[in-house]
Design a protein around this ligand. Structure first.
Ligand code: GLY
Ligand code: MN
Ligand code: MN
Length: 431
């Protein structure tokens, strides 16, 4: 692991909170993700299933977690199944967790090899009335066309035990995961801290005729060196009008003198993520118009983020942010005040220049799980990311920070990352 071990008390607490929400006499089964293959014998790498990680801390493939709080035998209340290693795996892939190490990581005393899962479950299934199974339930982009380990477990379980009741484990985890514990907040804070030095380094090497991917390389080098596990997502390094494509990440263009760069990147540390966006001039000096647009977006970030407090709903917050941006678009001469006053509320004009939401949960997932119908609460960590995109001027500007909500307002976990125009220009113009 590239990160310091996490105290297993976090996962023990998480399981306690999860089991408190399970129906009587049910078994929860959570599986790891597949190792994704591409061509020939190559693999794209492994990303643990975040619900399994949340409940066990196990960061290894071929893992199954079984929780049966009402099992009459105490040793059957929590069982972790892990991959049994052998000489071949050891020689080619290195060490895998021993049963003792799995207990140390997760706090689960009963650990078995994964090949014994079906037989072990069979003994318990006859006592139980139902199952909670894992599934990727993301709002917009859940896997549709790829069969996952979760899909296979659901199909297998329903075939083998067709008359049991079935429930969604994700319904419980999406209620628990948005409110972060102290340990989780510290891990997000650590991810954010790693990102700051990398960003400053990019500012130093940026100059006209640098390629976007050279800036990406600088970012990757520095955040890896500082202890990040990897990028939280494919970073966006977008110069000039490329910044107007919201999910641009080909990062292959030349950065020209006079353009502004939008860099949206995050750090993954111990499976927890940060997500930040900054904009800076290729030359080290913002043009007058870039300054105007940047100042407007920064104003929206400052005003909008102050609204991120316990009690507000996502839709009220987004409506207020839209008003803030709309006012700035009028000020920038991009919208006409009278036309805005008379606009069809179903087709607001600001959407031409600002077309995305500005607050998402962040944690084990960059776009973390959680219902947006639930008012924000203390302990939630949310991004704030207003933007203004003007393709006809070759300017796209978004600024993004991560905030911990508390009963006294919020704390900017990314406050150490330079954001004021003067700070950015000063870093870019000193050796
Ligand atoms: N980078 C994706 C986002 O900011 O939500
Ligand atoms: Mn974001
Ligand atoms: Mn982002």
């Amino acid at each position: 692991m590239r990160y310091e071990p996490i105290q297993n008390t976090l996962f023990i607490k998480n399981r306690d909170r999860f089991t408190a929400k399970m129906k009587a006499n049910t078994i929860a089964i959570l599986t790891s993700n597949d190792v994704k293959h591409n061509n020939a014998d190559d693999v794209m790498g492994f990303a643990q299933n975040n619900d399994l990680f949340y409940l066990s801390g196990i960061d290894q493939e071929e893992t199954i977690l079984l929780i049966y709080p009402d099992a009459y035998k105490k040793e059957q209340r929590e069982i972790l199944f892990i991959k049994e290693t052998n000489e071949h795996i050891k020689i080619w892939d290195g060490e895998k967790l021993t049963k003792e190490q799995a207990t140390e990581v997760s706090g689960i005393k009963h650990v078995e090899w994964v090949q014994d899962f079906e037989m072990t479950l069979q003994y318990m299934a006859f006592e139980a009335d139902g199952f909670y199974l894992g599934h990727n339930e993301h709002l917009k982009r859940a896997t549709k066309d790829q069969e996952t380990q979760q899909d296979r477990m659901i199909a297998w379980c329903k075939k083998k035990y067709p008359l049991h009741e079935y429930y969604r484990a994700a319904k419980i985890t999406r209620a628990l995961r948005p409110v972060k514990s102290e340990e989780e907040i510290a891990l997000i804070q650590q991810a954010a801290a790693i990102s700051v030095a990398s960003f400053k380094r990019v500012l130093k090497v940026c100059k006209p005729q640098v390629k976007e991917y050279e800036l990406e390389a600088e970012l990757t080098y520095n955040l890896t060196k500082a202890g990040a596990s990897h990028h939280a997502f494919q970073p966006i390094v977008a110069s000039g009008k490329n910044a107007c494509a919201l999910h641009y990440n080909t990062n292959d263009a030349m950065c020209n003198d006079g353009e502004m760069i939008l860099m949206d990147f995050g750090v993954c540390y111990a499976n927890y993520n940060s997500d930040t966006t900054r904009c800076f001039p290729v030359s080290g000096k913002f043009s007058a118009r870039q300054k105007e647009v940047y100042t407007s977006v920064l104003h929206c970030l400052k005003e909008g983020s102050s609204l991120l407090k316990p009690g507000i709903t996502s839709s009220d917050y987004e409506a207020k942010m839209a008003n803030l941006v709309e006012t700035q678009l009028i000020k920038l001469g991009l919208l006409d005040a009278t036309e805005v006053a008379n606009q069809d509320p179903e087709k607001p004009r600001y959407k031409k220049y600002f077309m995305h939401g500005t607050a998402h949960h962040i944690g084990l997932d960059v776009h973390d799980v959680g219902l947006y119908s639930r008012p924000f609460e203390a302990g939630m960590v949310l991004t704030c990311e207003p933007g203004i995109y003007i393709p006809e001027e070759g300017i796209g500007c978004r600024l993004e920070n991560d905030y911990l909500l508390t009963n006294d307002g919020n704390i900017n976990l990314t406050a150490a990352m330079p954001i004021e125009i003067e700070e950015i220009e000063a870093i870019m113009n000193t050796n």
